[in-house]
Design a protein around this ligand. Structure first.
Ligand SMILES: [Zn+2]
Length: 322
């Protein structure tokens, strides 16, 4: 495989909502901050050469490859959206404002993951600087996740026959939370294999969804680098060895495993996050599997630095050392 990593990014990813950061421990600008940090390091010329910018948000018909009309109608209710975003005060905000400042950026990010799926198949590696809404399922939004960007990307690749029947897709979900939305969508789907390593002591604790995890690695509150990395190094290679005819992998690289994260409940250092990503990158690339990375959770003011560290490592591997 001739590997030419692509970055997918739009300034429209940022959630521009006056005061949302006071309602949720969320850095609503982590996407553009990551981008700006990479520009500082690599210069705008290199970044622009390898970046694809979505030209429009995900369309209704793209959403309908996974979600249904019933659910998309629910999103016209301010109360419903506020609940799915876990921001109760937003229930009194008119739906058009929710749309403009929160849902529309998520639609742009969803388009980014769709493009990342196509780019990974063409170029080997694609990183969308947002997305990873792994709690959203077909008919339900929850945990700050509205659209199942990864499932939509997979459905569209299957629809266009870029992923053929019988070809496998793997999802490696290393966000601190169980990826219950994806697990619900792919329940009993033999073509999508899921590796999920997460803190079992926090939300969502979804027992039914858990049945569809192929490699289920629950952790406890306070898990530290040594245990985390040794489990990953033991389990991920055997997951990849067992999966055959894999067409593409989606890596949900949540940085909420970081020790300062207010939601993840794990104790992984900055270096531990980088070691995790390096290990995943190396294993996927050595297995010759095209892969997409999405950012998923990560709720500190330092989250963008952790993401940029990993992408910087990857770009150095591909462009500086080659
Ligand atoms: Zn998370």
């Amino acid at each position: 495989m001739n590997i030419q990593p692509k970055i997918i990014y739009s300034p429209k990813y940022d959630i521009r909502f006056f005061g949302i950061e006071k309602l949720h421990p969320f850095d609503s600008r982590k996407y553009s901050r990551t981008w700006e940090k990479l520009i500082t390091e690599f210069g705008s010329q290199l970044l622009k050469n390898i970046t694809t910018q979505p030209q429009k948000p995900a369309s209704q018909s793209e959403l309908l490859t996974v979600h249904n009309d019933y659910y998309l109608n629910l999103l016209k209710s301010s109360q419903y959206v506020a609940q799915a975003l876990e921001l109760p005060p937003l229930a009194i905000v008119p739906n058009w404002i929710q749309n403009q400042f929160v849902l529309t950026p998520m639609l742009w990010a969803t388009k980014g993951t769709i493009i990342a799926g196509e780019e990974a198949l063409k170029n080997g590696i694609a990183i969308n600087l947002s997305g990873g809404y792994h709690h959203a399922s077909k008919e339900r939004g929850e945990g700050f996740c509205i659209y199942s960007d990864i499932a939509i990307s997979i459905a569209l690749l299957q629809k266009s026959n870029k992923i053929k029947k019988g070809e496998k897709v793997i999802v490696i979900d290393l966000d601190a939370h169980q990826g219950n939305g994806l697990e619900r969508i792919f329940h009993n789907d033999p073509d999508v294999l899921i590796f999920d390593m997460y803190n079992q002591d926090i939300y969502p604790q979804d027992i039914w969804a858990r049945e569809s995890i192929n490699y289920d690695i629950p952790l406890h509150l306070g898990t530290q680098d040594e245990q985390y990395l040794s489990l990953l190094k033991e389990k991920l290679p055997s997951f990849l060895n067992q999966a055959s005819e894999v067409k593409i992998a989606f890596y949900n690289a949540g940085t909420d495993i970081y020790e300062s994260d207010p939601l993840g409940g794990l104790k992984i250092s900055e270096n531990g996050v980088l070691e995790r990503d390096k290990f995943v990158f190396k294993n996927l690339t050595e297995a010759n599997i095209p892969w997409v990375m999405v950012l998923s959770g990560g709720y500190t003011q330092q989250s963008y630095k952790l993401i940029a560290n990993s992408i910087s490592y990857l770009l150095h591997q591909c462009f500086i050392n080659s």
